[in-house]
Design a protein around this ligand. Structure first.
Ligand code: NAP
Length: 359
């Protein structure tokens, strides 16, 4: 079987020569043949129809953009009208189809995925709300999508979990992510489970949060080990999965380096030209108590489970990047792009300076 990078290379060569080849035709059991046409780019037609649940989130926008740029018709299920507006211009006319949905509504889910040959499930939540607990989103919601996709005869399901998903984790978030994976596998045995590490990018809750609230990253004395990964690399890996015929099993996508939160805080401080935070390291019990109080606003600042996660090292497993045809980039190559906005006007154009690496 050709690897993802080879499939992509062959496609690029064929397209650049203006020829159509066998790989432009995709046949899936019980489905109409998928024929790609047109020159590559915004107006191409890949012939694929894809549903991206969780498209309105951080990762979702980059995945939709990459899929749409290949000429794929993307169904974008949304809850809030305004949350999906930015997705519409990502594809050619008629290529981005928005549909309202509720994770508890089976009919709406079935409507959203019945024409698709791949379904991506990116739905996840960092904190629990009054209406949705972790298990509603990560377990029963994920299972519902997988079951309905299987019933509808959707050939492929890609379920996005988390690098640290584990049934024995001290974090409820990670435990429900692991439970969700099991339910998805039971309902849709050929599903591809993708486990990305902590993602960084323009709208992340990582570098932006470190720049705004360093005190919450000093927990555990900055010793927690993180394997940050660029959101674009994860989005590209998910996009490439479309061209790989089948990939049942689990794919881990950690960043290329393991870094301590102390190093990352120093990096943020150097790049933004702001002095390191002089706030004390909060004891865990106090941090948990404060996080409980922070639940009062509608949009919580930090949840107790996030505090718990700040003490958990990212798992030390090899990345499956080669299998998906992507080479992940290091955080130092991109951090300045996302952190420059935190500089004062007088420092805005100064060069990027990095601290010595701790690991
Ligand atoms: N960000 C990371 O560093 C990271 C790392 C590893 C794994 N992951 C996983 O990757 C996936 C995507 O992450 P992300 O950072 O893009 O997340 P995100 O920005 O928080 O987006 C989450 C998406 O899930 C949807 N969603 C959440 N709760 C829902 C509910 N009750 N009903 C329907 N939709 C709901 C959101 O829709 P609305 O816009 O309508 O709220 C949004 O589209 C998640 O599963 C996450 O756990 C993320």
């Amino acid at each position: 079987m050709l690897s993802a990078s080879n499939v992509l290379r062959v496609q690029r060569i064929a397209i650049s020569r203006g020829k159509r080849a066998l790989h432009d035709l995709v046949t899936l059991p019980g489905r109409k043949p998928i024929v790609s046409s047109g020159t590559p780019g915004y107006s191409a037609v890949s012939g694929h129809v894809v549903t991206v649940f969780g498209c309105t989130g951080f990762l979702g926008r980059y995945l939709v953009s990459k899929l749409a740029r290949m000429g794929t018709q993307v169904i974008v299920p949304y809850r809030e009208e305004d949350e999906k507006r930015h997705l519409k211009p990502m594809g050619d006319l008629g290529q981005i189809v928005s549909m309202e949905w509720d994770v508890r509504n089976e009919e709406q889910i079935a409507e959203c995925l019945r024409h698709s040959d791949i379904v991506y499930n990116l739905v996840g939540r960092e904190y629990e709300t009054k209406n949705f607990k972790y298990s509603d989103v990560h377990v029963s919601g994920a299972e519902r999508i997988a079951k309905i996709a299987a019933q509808a005869g959707v050939p492929r399901l890609v379920h996005v979990s988390h690098l640290n998903a584990s049934t024995s984790s001290t974090s409820h978030f990670y435990r429900t992510k692991a439970e969700g994976e099991e339910r998805v596998r039971d309902a849709f045995p050929a599903a591809t489970i993708v486990r990305p590490g902590q993602m960084y990018g323009c709208e992340d809750k990582f570098l932006n949060n470190m720049a705004s609230w360093p005190i919450w990253w000093k927990l555990n004395h900055g010793e927690t080990k993180i394997r940050p990964v660029h959101v674009m690399d994860v989005a590209q890996a998910l996009t490439n999965l479309m061209t790989i015929p089948q990939f049942p099993g689990t794919i881990s996508l950690p960043g290329p380096r393991t870094l301590t939160t102390e190093y990352l805080l120093d990096m943020v401080s150097s790049l933004t030209y702001t002095p390191p935070s002089s706030a004390p390291v909060l004891p865990k019990s106090l941090a948990l108590a404060l996080a409980k109080v922070a639940q009062a606003p509608w949009w919580p600042l930090i949840s107790p489970d996030e505090v718990e996660r700040r003490y958990i090292d990212d798992v030390d497993v090899p990345g499956d990047w080669e299998a998906v045809g992507v080479t992940p980039d290091e955080i130092e190559n991109h951090a300045i792009t996302y952190l420059r906005r935190y500089r004062s006007a007088e420092n805005f154009v100064r060069p990027a300076v990095f601290p010595a690496r701790s690991s």
